[in-house]
Design a protein around this ligand. Structure first.
Ligand SMILES: Nc1ncnc2c1ncn2[C@@H]1O[C@H](COP(=O)(O)OP(=O)(O)OP(=O)(O)O)[C@@H](O)[C@H]1O
Length: 599
């Protein structure tokens, strides 16, 4: 309520002025000189979120908001969305360019790829692997239906979709042009749940652009994360066209190391509770830089880069002609790949090329991971030359390993966008509890002493194990687990990203209260804590602050993973890989479902 009334108060002033003077302002955003607070904060006592913000955006300019800390960047966007208090409030309203009948609450919108709403709605784990099997009735909404809903076209639920969803000619033309430019046309009739991460990101942007009532100002926070390099320039060029035509105007949120698109004329840099604004040239010369005093990048002294030659051990993944298809559409085409202990792999491929699907085979999440036998996909009269097909994990056919054993933390540790979204956000779940679930690979804390369930004997650490409860102060395994908890908290906890004071309290904080970046760091600790034989890291950096990314990369390069562990990393940004050629990094590339090692 407070949010709405304050926002509308400012908007009321703006409306009166506009009605009186009968012309539209050329100012898009106006913050003359103000401090920014949370609602409910007492101005005189509480320190502001941002001080002395002075920011004017004029028509004809193109802005990017740049910040190394995703949380602070998001707070500036929240200010524009009316979720924070601007003091003093701009006398002509925050958005002088809006017409008198336009409500800023609906005319300004955000699509964020870093920020996750605090509540998230999922207090229990939801089954993200539903996408790989038969899609449930409630998950069958197609991309087309979802986009048509944004355009205000409502279908008759008792009739076939095609007959009853109609668009005006103009909307139809815009719809097809934008869907084509975003490379989404081939996926219109797929259920949304079946879209890849990159396809989903593009669809979210398209949905916001098409939305009715029309969005006048669209805030796009980190739209390039998760997009392949081929798609990035196409999307940027489309965003430029949309911005120029004002349908809608766009402000980009970027990370500090992102390249500033050529069409961006002005930059707002966010950091250390300040916002510095200026031209693109000033930004590139470094004159908008904000010091961050307290950061020691990744504790380089503790995680010294290893230069010694990597030892390569036994084969832990052996794929031969692995194939995945949905209703005749092949997503993975006869993939052959071996992964050994000690190896570091970069799994590459454009959006939709099958990377996540391949990972789901390694994790045993995919129902088709059970069916990799020579005859499975071959019709009796087929001329297919494939005579051998198998998926062996940890030296056994996948179908012989029960899934809970496969995913127990000592075999596979994983962090992916799916796990991030699906992990329960229960109010009573502390950071410690979340990390400790890594020992059993589950989503609920187990065991009486807070480090999961035990296994009998050290030798069983890497295998399907007989389960028993730990007795407090008990076995070697228990001591080892406490030691590992301390290690990952030290290596990846707040001190590693420059927050000295918080280290001790951090493990007792509620997971749900952490920022997106902090939650990702905690889930990374969970993936690594049990020193699993196979570590799978899919797009783990998105939403992390830059200091966190550096701390995580530094730990992975150093002691974070050993010679007995194999790691597969998926990222569209080569520079984000913790390892390079000098570390023996290998690359496996998927092109439209076909895969091979590239050198
Ligand atoms: N249930 C399904 N039915 C039909 N097609 C599907 C289904 N699930 C996934 N796909 C398709 O399989 C292809 C591969 O998807 P996948 O998520 O593995 O791609 P990706 O390489 O991980 O992409 P990104 O980089 O965008 O995350 C996509 O085109 C996707 O639409």
């Amino acid at each position: 309520m407070q949010v709405l009334s304050s926002f509308r108060k400012g908007y009321g002033i703006q409306k009166r002025l506009i009605t009186g003077i009968k012309f539209l302002s050329t100012t898009v955003i106006d913050i003359p000189k103000a401090d920014i607070y949370s609602f409910g904060a007492a101005t005189s006592k509480t320190s502001p979120i941002f001080t002395d913000v002075e920011w004017q955006v004029k028509k004809g300019e193109s802005w990017a908001v740049v910040g190394g800390n995703s949380g602070e960047k998001n707070l500036l966007f929240q200010t524009l969305l009316g979720h924070l208090r601007i003091s003093p409030y701009p006398s002509e309203g925050l958005f002088p360019f809006l017409q008198s009948h336009q409500d800023p609450l609906s005319a300004v919108s955000i699509v964020s790829f870093t920020h996750r709403p605090r509540s998230g709605g999922n207090t229990g784990f939801y089954d993200y692997s539903a996408r790989y099997g038969a899609v449930h009735e409630e998950d069958k909404v197609t991309l087309r239906e979802s986009l048509y809903a944004s355009l205000g076209v409502v279908g008759d639920p008792f009739a076939s979709t095609e007959q009853h969803l109609t668009l005006s000619e103009q909307d139809e033309a815009i719809f097809h042009e934008l869907a084509d430019k975003m490379g989404l046309s081939p996926f219109m009739d797929l259920p949304i749940i079946a879209l890849s991460n990159g396809q989903t990101r593009r669809a979210r942007i398209l949905k916001a652009v098409l939305r009715k009532p029309r969005v006048e100002l669209l805030l796009l926070d980190e739209p390039l994360t998760g997009l392949d390099i081929q798609t990035r320039p196409k999307l940027l060029s489309l965003l430029h066209q949309l911005h120029q035509s004002g349908r809608p105007r766009i402000i980009l949120g970027l990370r500090t190391h992102d390249q500033i698109p050529e069409w961006v004329t002005n930059v707002a840099v966010v950091g250390n509770r300040r916002v510095r604004v200026g031209t693109r040239e000033c930004y590139l010369k470094g004159s908008l830089a904000i010091d961050s005093h307290n950061y020691v990048a990744g504790h380089p002294e503790t995680h010294v880069r290893r230069t010694k030659e990597k030892k390569v051990g036994e084969v832990i993944v052996d794929m031969k002609n692995v194939r995945v298809e949905y209703s005749g559409r092949q997503v993975l085409k006869d993939i052959t790949w071996k992964i050994r202990q000690g190896e570091r792999w970069h799994l590459q491929g454009t959006n939709g090329s099958g990377k996540t699907t391949l990972l789901s085979m390694l994790m045993g999440d995919h129902p088709q991971s059970y069916t990799q036998t020579p005859n499975c996909y071959v019709a009796p009269d087929s001329s297919s030359s494939v005579t051998e097909r198998h998926l062996h994990l940890f030296s056994q056919p996948r179908r012989l390993i029960p899934t809970p054993h496969l995913q127990c933390g000592s075999l596979i540790g994983v962090l992916s966008p799916e796990i991030f979204d699906a992990f329960p956000r229960r109010a009573n779940m502390k950071v410690w509890n979340v990390i400790s679930t890594g020992f059993d690979g589950g989503y609920v804390p187990r065991g009486t002493v807070g480090v999961g369930l035990g296994v009998r004997g050290e030798s069983k650490r890497y295998g399907p194990a007989e389960i028993r409860e730990f007795v407090e102060g008990g076995s070697e395994e228990e001591k080892w687990r406490f030691q590992r908890m301390a290690e990952v908290l030290e290596a990846l906890g707040p001190r590693s990203w420059g927050r000295e004071g918080e280290q001790e309290r951090f493990s007792q904080k509620a997971f749900v209260d952490l920022s997106v970046g902090e939650q990702r760091m905690v889930l990374l600790m969970r993936a690594l804590v049990a020193r699993p034989k196979l570590v799978l890291l899919d797009e783990v950096w998105s939403g992390m602050d830059e200091e966190m990314v550096e701390a995580a990369r530094s730990y992975l390069r150093g002691d974070g993973v050993g010679d007995d562990q194999a790691v597969v990393v998926i990222t569209h940004w080569d520079g984000e890989m913790p390892w390079g050629d000098e570390d023996g990094l290998r690359r496996f590339r998927l092109i439209e479902g076909e895969g091979k090692e590239v050198v």
